[in-house]
Design a protein. Structure first.
Length: 159
């Protein structure tokens, strides 16, 4: 998130992409008008790591461009639940295709120990304690789907 402290004019939002540099009628690009960083954002531990990007012009929804859902405040993520994360993954060097990985929610106390108390109550920990496919070292904080419609959950820490 620290990178959004730059001027909004240097940012563009791309929607409908399945591959980087894709050119099709389904892809929408909008310049960013304003960036609103969460007022309690703590860069040292990435707490409240979220920002809103106001676009210069409206976005029109299509089959490939849809709004992201937010989970209700009462939503409970059970340990062991299967979720899916999406992002521009590093399956191989210079990967250009949008990826999806299956991960499980990990107990918060285990995650807190693994991350030296950098995990707050507002963070979610997921991955595979035995290794394997996860969301490490890639841009995976886009969205997660835990046996329901896609919902933005937030920054994902993986083990």
């Amino acid at each position: 998130l620290h990178s959004v402290y730059s001027a909004p004019s240097v940012w563009r939002a791309y929607m409908g992409l399945r591959t980087i540099n894709e050119k099709s009628n389904h892809v929408a690009m909008r310049p960013i008008k304003r960036i609103i960083v969460h007022p309690q954002y703590d860069q040292s531990i990435s707490d409240y790591d979220i920002a809103l990007l106001e676009m210069e012009t409206p976005v029109f929804f299509s089959e490939l461009v849809q709004p992201i859902c937010l989970p209700s405040t009462s939503r409970v993520f059970l340990y062991g639940a299967v979720c899916y994360v999406t992002g521009w993954g590093a399956i191989k060097e210079n990967s250009i295709t949008l990826q999806e990985a299956r991960v499980r929610i990990i107990n918060q106390s285990i995650c807190t120990k693994l991350y030296d108390d950098l995990i707050t109550s507002r963070m979610l920990c997921a991955g595979n304690l035995n290794g394997g496919i996860d969301a490490c070292q890639v841009m995976w904080d886009l969205a997660s789907n835990c046996k329901e419609r896609f919902a933005f959950i937030g920054k994902l820490f993986t083990v």
